[in-house]
Design a protein around this ligand. Sequence first.
Ligand code: SF4
Ligand code: F3S
Ligand code: FES
Length: 236
Amino acid sequence: MEVTLKVRRFNPEQDEKPYFAEYTLKDVEPVDRVLDLLHHVKWYIDGTLALRRSCAHGICGSDAMRINGVNMLACKALVQNLIKGERGTIQVEPMYGLKVIKDLVVDMEPFFDHYRSVMPFLVNDTIPEGGRERLQTPEQRERFDEGTKCILCAACTTSCPSYWANGTYVGPAAIVQAHRFIFDSRDEAGADRLAVLSEENGVWRCRTIFNCTTACPREIPVTQLIAEVKGEIGRR
Ligand code: SF4
Ligand code: F3S
Ligand code: FES
């Protein structure tokens, strides 16, 4: 296959504004991933291209980007799912809503600030009976299973129009993380997390647009988890 890879590039130290650079790649296999194409550009055509990646297998969450207008992990985006026929174009951009540091690398700090705001860790100061483990039934563990699959890639938050409109919205990824602990039977800080999420920039900024659910590479039902947190605020 022949693929034209169109990459949105921007180096704030030398460019006045972003622009698209095009790279023609020949002998591309249908099962190549967009990450393979980006590697080819970086290693053999232009070493100045900046991108983040680590595991290359959908685990670390570092290579989420906008591919043909949809957020996905470059290491899980197969060429054959993006191009029909023997040739075509794939457009790659950094995620929206976060400042571009260079090319496909965005500043993740605001994202992690929102993540930290919901206390994404188990809180329990009570010594368990007998000083042993805090026991949990399979059903209790199942209650928050979906949220444990999150790899913090930010594909959900940066595909949300509410977040684009107002970057102070805590965003779907942080709500998924909050959900993971709010519904954990061993945790004691659910009320604190719900208080954070009841505030102006919490869950009520979600307008049920569903982009987050579509974008999630872990197939987490993000919008449903947000609805459950909204329901829990009402219930308590
Ligand atoms: Fe990524 Fe899904 Fe977690 Fe959002 S919920 S950060 S899309 S893994
Ligand atoms: Fe945004 Fe997802 Fe809600 S896209 S508006 S967080 S359902
Ligand atoms: Fe780790 Fe893609 S490089 S998820």
